[in-house]
Design a protein. Structure first.
Length: 70
C-alpha cells in the first residue's frame, strides 16, 4: 500500500492521517529510508505504508486474561 504526499506533510502527520495515531511513524520511516533526511515533504512523493493491523492485533490497554470474548 502506498501514500502520495501533499505539500507540508510530515512523518507523524502522515501516520496520523492514515492510521489515526502516530504509533506507526517509526515503521513508516523504516519502510522509506531514502527519505529519512526529509522533515517536511513536498507534494508527489510516493511512500510505502506499513501493513495496517487488524482489530484483533490492536492494543486495547487490557491484559488478555481480563478480556471478555463476545
Amino acid at each position: 500500500m502506498t501514500y502520495t504526499t501533499v505539500q507540508g506533510d510530515m512523518w507523524d502527520s502522515i501516520a496520523y492521517k492514515i492510521f489515526g495515531n502516530v504509533a506507526a511513524t517509526d515503521q513508516l520511516m523504516a519502510l522509506n529510508q531514502q527519505y529519512l533526511h526529509t522533515y517536511i515533504f513536498s507534494a508527489g512523493i510516493v511512500l510505502t505504508l506499513p501493513e495496517a493491523k487488524t482489530e484483533s492485533e490492536q492494543p486495547t490497554g487490557m491484559v488478555p486474561w481480563k478480556k471478555v470474548d463476545a
